[in-house]
Every structure is written in structure tokens, then in C-alpha cells.
Ligand binder design. Structure first.
Ligand SMILES: [Zn+2]
Length: 313
């Protein structure tokens, strides 16, 4: 289940934080208008380059979803894949960044033993979709479904042995470094188990998980004071999820992936709050004063002019 939980976490953050970015992006699809004056020495732009220029955030959502480098695709493949992703989003009535999570949430409604049948049926469906839309089978949305179903099948089939194996000293050092505030052996062991799962599912070495997560946050949150509130919002969401998933994960809420990510996010928020004070970006929401300090626990900003406390969890 952990992979699914993680997927939701990242998707939720991405959705929350991307929303504001999307608003500023030019509306309307790729119009294909060509510049009237051609410059002989520059090679013509590929379909993908033009699409990316017109829809930067949509383009990055598509790349993140498909995990492929579109600049290496032919115009035909890029065009077909983009069209399939758009059709998929429309069918699921969701944003592009949510497609995988939404689709897999549907899949979850059925017993896992049906996965091989589902894979066989999406494979068959690729033919129909390809001929209906006159596209290559590999560019269909059913090809994507097949890939994700196989991934899911593989995840479920993976023995827990790797996750529950005894820890090496090196590995424990990494767990401690990633969770500096945790000292209890029980907590460290539970976090080891969770971090192993995260590492497998995210295909990321354990020692790099924190950076991986913070980079993911930074991809969406632009570091502006006005957008800082997204971070405590994400924190609150993840903290409530930690309680929700703890029993099925078999660990304490603080030691679930949500709990661990909450810790990382909290540290990042503290750094951000300090930066806002240092750079005088923090501003009182009541009186507008920029004479702001951090309170004792560094959980809040406090206005020195009107004593209003704000911005905390
Ligand atoms: Zn004030």
C-alpha cells in the first residue's frame, strides 16, 4: 500500500501547488502558428519544443507522468502521446498530474487477484485504441494502463523479505541521519521499514530520500512568502493521513511515510521561516508591518507591531 500512499502524497502536493502556476499559464492548446520570418541557421523547432513553449506546466506534468524524455521522441510520437494523455485526463475528469493516482484508485476497487486479467484485457484493448485513433499501439492510453497495472502487480508480488530484513550498521546510520530527532530503537526500526519501502517504490537510494522529497516540494513551491501557506497546508494533510494509514502500515503514525515526510517538511518550513525573516519578506497579515519575529517554538511568526501570531501549524 505504501506506494499508493506516496503517490497520493506527491500528487496532492503537486496539485495544490501547481494550481496557482497553471492559472498564469497561457490558456488554450497548441495552436501551431508558425513565425512568419524564418531564420535560416536555426533548425526548425520540434513539435515537443513548440508544445512546451506554449504549455510549459502542462508539458512538465506530461513528462512527469510518463517518465520519458519527450525531446528524444519523433513529432508523431510526441503528438500521439500528448493526445492520449489529454484523452485519459478527460475520461477520468482529472488533471494530468492526477491521472495515475486516479486510475490506480479505480483499480484498487477490484481484488488484486484480477490484475493478470486486467493486464491481458488492456493489452487487447491497445489494438482497438490504436486503430480507432490511427496511432501507434505504444502511444495509446491503454499502453499506459498496462504499464501501471504491471507495476502494481510487481509491487504486490514483491516479497516483504527485503523490507523486513535485519538492518546493517550502515543502513541504521542512514536512518538516524534522515531522522535526527528520533532516538528510540522501536521508532528507528519502524522508520527503517518505512524508508526501505519508500526507497524501493521511488527507486531512490535511502540516503537520498529526504533530498528527493524536498526537491519534489521545491518543484512546486516557488519559495515566495505569499505561497508559504501551502507548506503548512500540505503538512496538516499529511499529518492527518499518517493517523489514517498507521494501522494498515503496521507502524506508529509518526513512523509512516506521511509521518517521516512531515518531519522533513517541518524542518524545511523552519528554514523557510528564518529565510523570510532574514530577507524581510515576512509581513503581518493584520497590520502589514514587516517588523516580524519568529516565536519561541519557531512555529509561528509574531508581529512586533501588533502582537498578532500567524503562519503556524
Ligand atoms: Zn501586525
Amino acid at each position: 500500500m505504501m506506494w499508493f500512499i506516496l503517490a497520493i502524497v506527491f500528487a496532492i502536493i503537486a496539485i495544490m501547488l501547481h494550481k496557482s502556476a497553471d492559472k498564469t499559464e497561457a490558456k488554450g492548446g497548441y495552436s501551431g502558428s508558425m513565425p512568419s520570418v524564418s531564420v535560416p541557421k536555426t533548425p526548425p523547432k520540434s513539435f515537443w519544443e513548440m508544445y512546451k513553449g506554449d504549455n510549459p506546466s502542462k508539458a512538465s506534468e506530461i513528462e512527469n507522468l510518463l517518465k520519458i524524455d519527450f525531446s528524444k521522441l519523433s513529432d508523431k510520437d510526441a503528438k500521439e502521446k500528448i493526445a492520449s494523455v489529454n484523452r485519459f485526463a478527460k475520461g477520468l475528469k482529472c488533471e494530468i498530474s492526477q491521472i495515475k493516482v486516479t486510475y490506480l484508485a479505480e483499480v484498487e476497487k477490484y481484488p488484486a487477484r484480477l490484475l493478470p486479467e486486467m493486464i491481458a484485457s488492456t493489452l487487447r484493448e491497445q489494438e482497438n485504441e490504436a486503430s480507432t485513433y490511427h496511432i501507434s499501439k505504444s502511444n495509446t492510453m491503454t499502453a499506459l494502463m498496462t504499464e501501471w497495472l504491471r507495476e502494481r502487480h510487481e509491487q504486490l508480488g514483491r516479497p516483504d523479505a527485503k523490507v523486513n530484513a535485519p538492518s546493517s550498521d550502515d543502513e541504521m546510520e542512514i536512518v538516524k541521519a534522515l531522522n535526527p530527532s528520533v532516538t528510540e530503537a522501536l521508532d528507528l526500526n519502524e522508520r527503517l521499514k518505512t524508508l526501505r519501502q519508500m526507497s524501493i517504490l521511488l527507486k531512490c537510494p535511502m540516503r537520498e530520500l529526504r533530498d528527493y522529497y524536498i526537491n519534489d516540494v521545491k518543484k512546486s513551491y516557488d519559495g515566495k512568502y505569499e505561497n508559504f501557506h501551502y507548506l503548512p497546508e500540505a503538512y496538516k494533510y499529511m499529518a492527518s493521513k499518517a493517523f489514517e494509514v498507521a494501522s494498515s502500515a503496521g507502524v506508529k503514525p509518526v513512523n509512516t511515510s506521511y509521518g517521516i515526510m512531515c518531519d522533513w517538511l517541518a524542518d524545511f518550513m523552519i528554514e523557510e521561516r528564518e529565510r523570510f525573516i532574514e530577507t524581510c519578506q515576512a509581513k503581518c497579515i493584520m497590520c502589514g508591518s514587516r517588523d516580524i519575529k519568529l516565536n519561541f517554538f519557531k512555529d509561528h511568526f509574531v508581529c512586533k507591531s501588533c502582537n498578532h501570531e500567524f503562519g503556524g501549524l
